[in-house]
Design a protein around this ligand. Sequence first.
Ligand SMILES: Cc1ncc(C[n+]2csc(CCOP(=O)(O)OP(=O)(O)O)c2C)c(N)n1
Length: 1021
Amino acid sequence: MTTPQDLDDRFRETLGALPEPERRRDPGRPVRPGAALTGHQLLALFDAQVTSRQLDLAARWLRSFDEGFYTIGSAGHEANAAVAAALRPTDPALLHYRSGAFYCLRAAQAADAFPGGDAGEGADLAAVTGDPDPDGDDHPPAGGPDGIRPPEDAPDDGHPAVDDVPAPAGAQHTGPPAAGPDTDAPDAAGPPDAVTAPPGTPGTGGPPTGLPDAPAAPPGTPDAVDLSPGTPAATGLPDGTVQAGPPAGSDAGAGWGGETGPGSPVHDPHPAAVRPADAVDGVAVPPPPAGPVAYRVGSDGTAEPVPRHQPATAPAAATDTAAGQAVASAAGGPGPAGGPADTGPVVPAGPRPEPAVADPAGGPDPDGWQQAYAEAARDVLRGMVASTLDPIAGGRHKVFGRADLAVVPTTSTIASHLPRAVGLGLAVERLRRMDTAARRDDPDGPPRSPWPRDAIVVCSFGDASVNHASATAAFNTAGWYDHTGLRIPVLFVCEDNGLGISVRSPEGWVERTLRARPGVRYFTADGTDPVAVHAVTAEAAGWVRRHRRPAVLHLRTVRLLGHAGADAEQAYRSTAEIAADEARDPVLATARLLVEAGVATGEELLARYDERGWQVRRTAEEVLDEPKLSAVAEVVAPLSPRRPSRVAAAVAQAAQRAAGPDAAGRAEAFGGKPPELAGPLTLAQSINAALADGMLSHPQLAVFGEDVAAKGGVYGVTKGLRERFGAARVFDTLLDETSVLGLGLGAGLAGMLPVPEIQYLAYLHNAEDQLRGEAATLQFFSQGAFRNPMVVRVPGLAYQEGFGGHFHNDNSVAVLRDVPGLVVAVPARPDDAGPLLRTCLAAATVDGTVSVFLEPIALYHTRDLYEPGDGEWLGAYAEPSAWAAGHAPIGRARVYGVGSAEDVTIVTFGNGVRMSLRAASTLADEGIGCRVVDLRWLAPLPVADLIREASATGRVLVVDETRRSGGVGEGILAALVDAGYVGAARRVAAVDSFVPLGPAARQVLVSEDAITQGARTLLAR
Ligand SMILES: Cc1ncc(C[n+]2csc(CCOP(=O)(O)OP(=O)(O)O)c2C)c(N)n1
């Protein structure tokens, strides 16, 4: 097993044994012929790698005396620094947990401290490989042979190139490659359909073909296609009518990447000049600053342009005292309180030598990148020790993330970030197109997109992770959309070290499976050659950026130091295997190249390594004394911010706009007959109307899911929305719930307001981690720096007479109710649907709230309450001027008094409301007065209303249509107990069974009879 000591010793020995360079060479020149990276850049890259390596060693050291809580490291994966170098610091990155070197390098890039600025893209692979068409797409390189780019979005294999991708700043076009003494690395050219940069082997790469390009869009098809592939011209609806539906794209209905229709992004009801402050993200979009810009992602999840030289987040400076202590400790004094003295053999102890290392390359600003790396190292160390000053999670987890670096934290659940990355790619592209359209209308207008117009999303993960359902879902979805012609600028990066924790990826499997992803172009590079990694990444990123299409970079890495600190890998790996990995240490590989290139000597590089070790160690000592989260309120503060007054104000503002300046547009959108004039509505009709109003109020709102667009939902709830608002905002997805939610996660992160639908509650379970592990945690792990506002519509619950059985009558919400911060709303009455939905939408925009809007299917089309034909379950739709007064705050119940309302309090929700009102009517005839409490919110429960109403009668009957075990009723009773309720209580709940087909369902579900009996029993006590 490689111990930190072994790794350190080996590193020193190897560097010490490196021969003197034959001669010093100009570090401003390419590090080898044909390379894009200069000596300066490679040196800066080496320093990022070394910083990352020292962080791994520091993690073990901190762990050795219980001051560090995370030891999964990046050793062996440091080639990802070269990946970062080939991207832009404004490209949103969702990173693997072995991304220390990537993170450091990006910090330098963002601080404009990486030499040469942004790395080149796509300019050099041809030089390295000698391939004139390195894209392998048989198309001229961007710009065309005559230097003229195709017009914007002009068909190019059905996938237009982007019009406005600037030539990468700092691109090192190195001229034609010349074979030379530095080009003797082995030829690692991949199979012909790969794009592989053979390390240092110019001119040997055959023309890579890549994956077959997606089929060309049919003539006349708008460049962004309808996301409802094969949209029929006419669609049968459940009620037997045939709805005229435009063929794909023919309603000018671009898909999510398109622009169309009265409610489309183009037709913004709030033109820039009069855009209310909260029209998009609650913040008016300022014009970009003059000069080079970076993008800073704000607390609302959107990015704003800032001048490039704005410093990165400054770390809290160590106090003199802390620094003094650190030096004392480093000077051989006792270790940190409670810890052994200097247990870190590989983190330099003893007095720190003078910072002797002048930049051997004489770089332009030798300290520029060092400062950025030092700050990045501090970030990472703070994460390891769970310091509250950790810039992203604030002590809640060790994650790579920082808003100003566009690094979005990912969770420990492997591959769960991939569906989000695909969604973010879709949204980035959509917003780019919105900008393009807006620019046509108003060339001087502010950018609509919160991201740079040509940003691409990068998303990294390990090799074992490619097998995960979430990963396969993401690849498939990216390919599926690509097949339809929709653009998804995502670069997947698989960092393949050959192992899961102990399980090997079968030889050749990762390559085979990644190559086989339809629509996802394959690139590969060997992590022991930073120049090749950089070149291939540049090519891949350039391709993704130009074509806005997905690609995967298969990066061969090794794993050093085992999976994590406690992993004894000798139990499952042979010594030879471990040694083979050590021989492929990517940091050593970079060092060798620097020496070969005459940029530095081994000794100088060792001095840099030690200097960085000193700094990391000193910083580790400084941060371990920093405060930890020490109060519940502190821990949960970013979990789910709730600002009910602002939410209420947002509802009121939406009402004012709908009643005022937007009234004409609203009337038009409703075909001249707004829903408040349409007479009493069913629940389904009310939700439909409220969704339409939501789309009018929130230009960034998009409705999507399985069958929601052309068909209008299996129950017609989204009927007509696509026709009214266009296929860019209302679209059908592929059949994969993980991806449906992933699209929402990415869209929310990009500043949109996604309203995905999960077709049935039973099918949420396919995908619930996307809600639980991803959506609900983002604010928690980023202290609100990133957020994914979303309202997930979920038709569910039971009582669909004659239809379905369990899967269409799922009556369990246990999986939702314990997700911290998640809001669960259940509209039972039609006239509650609008207020509840408006609240969820407003909370999403104000607080980034993630809500589940659980719609009782059995009540969708219910009209009557007591008698057939009484129409008592219909409800009037409130006109905008009544929205503020009718606002339904999160966690507030609705109470109905029946009879005297003094004898029994029935606490219920959903279908239970209707059954309870009917039961209460029967009981009223018997002289028993009930108050029926419709909770409306299952999370958070309306505890205050519950206690008040329970105390009013002293007798509580809980009517819970979910199951006895794990059902909502348990929470209601627990809330009563917690609040000190001392009255009587009973519960009727569904049986612990799946709901059977047909009349047998009645055997397990709560009935009206059970409710009346329960109330009588309560009174009889
Ligand atoms: C969904 C899920 N299952 C299991 C785990 C436990 N786990 C953590 S890392 C890991 C191995 C991941 O291997 P790979 O994707 O190859 O990445 P590597 O650690 O090798 O870089 C496993 C099984 C997890 N984090 N998430």
